[in-house]
Design a protein around this ligand. Structure first.
Ligand code: COA
Length: 255
């Protein structure tokens, strides 16, 4: 595996951050979380940057969720540390628009990352879902808070309770993504959108994001704390361990 969990390019006011573990469907492990924090810290210092695009390496996934082997070992203490939640909150709070360019699987923490972004462009191959309950946990990196606000409470409940996976057309229909394009055009479409934003007043775009963030998030701190607290209980449950072990056993049988 390439050691670099993310790749970062910056050209003409637009940064592209690529989640880089394609052979593991860009599953988000601790090293990737750290790499993304480092990228955001660097991007905060780039003068004249107008927008950021986040995408996944390879054509199979944006990100198939948090790393299940690591999740299985996480305890109540880790839930309280809110490892992924803190990162996704930072993405949401990033002063410039962040656009997710999604091909393939966008599940669990991958979907939570995509919905923490300002905008989402999907390829026809994109598949979205919050399958956490199938693993005995909940989408606790902001998913239970952000998803209902994006697609409505009824639809969010159905997705979160069933763990069902939606294709790109359905995701567009319910407002989970802004636009669906051919897979080969996803990154170009996201960069074109970033460039369209880059033509506008830099201060005005920042102000618009800050205003929409502030006004659209009642009780966010309380909601995120509640999510982490509930996850803390689930992280130590026998059901979670059994379900995650079943995923890992399936993988061992394959090899
Ligand atoms: N965590 C850790 N490893 C993961 C992973 C995850 N979330 N998602 C995929 N991988 C790994 C697989 O274990 C496999 O590893 P291996 O090659 O060492 O066996 C590799 O990525 C490829 O995955 P595979 O399942 O063979 O690919 P696929 O194309 O048949 O299926 C998925 C893709 C995404 C449907 C399937 O990998 C999956 O269900 N992943 C878990 C999704 C999930 O529940 N995410 C929420 C976590 S909270």
């Amino acid at each position: 595996m390439d050691d670099k969990r993310t790749l970062l390019e910056i050209a003409d006011k637009v940064a592209i951050v690529t989640l880089n573990a394609p052979e593991r469907r860009n599953a988000i492990d601790r090293a990737m979380v750290d790499a993304l924090h480092a990228d955001l810290s660097r991007l905060e210092t780039v003068p004249d940057l107008a927008a950021v695009v986040i995408t996944g390496a390879g054509d199979k996934a944006f990100a198939a969720g948090a790393d299940i082997a690591q999740l299985k070992e996480r305890t109540a203490r880790d839930a309280a540390a809110a490892i992924n939640s803190t990162l996704f909150k930072r993405v949401e709070e990033f002063p410039l628009p962040v656009i997710a360019a999604v091909r393939g699987f966008c599940l669990g923490g991958g979907c939570e990352l995509a919905i923490a972004c300002d905008l989402r462009i999907a390829g026809h191959s994109a598949k979205f879902g919050q399958p956490e309950v199938t693993l005995g946990i909940i989408p606790a990196a902001g998913g239970t808070y952000r998803l209902p606000r994006l697609i409505g409470l009824g639809r969010a409940r159905e997705l979160v309770y069933t763990g069902r996976i939606l294709d790109a057309t359905e995701a567009e229909r319910i407002g989970l993504v802004n636009r669906v394009v051919a897979d080969a055009e996803v990154l170009d479409a996201a960069v074109a959108l970033a460039r369209e934003i880059a033509h506008n007043g830099a201060l005005a775009v920042r102000a618009a994001k800050a205003a929409m963030n502030a006004l659209a998030r009642p009780n966010e701190a309380l909601a995120l704390t509640l999510e982490s607290s509930l996850q803390a209980v689930l992280f130590d449950s026998a059901d979670k361990h059994a379900r995650m072990q079943a995923f890992l056993d399936k993988k061992q049988k394959k090899s």
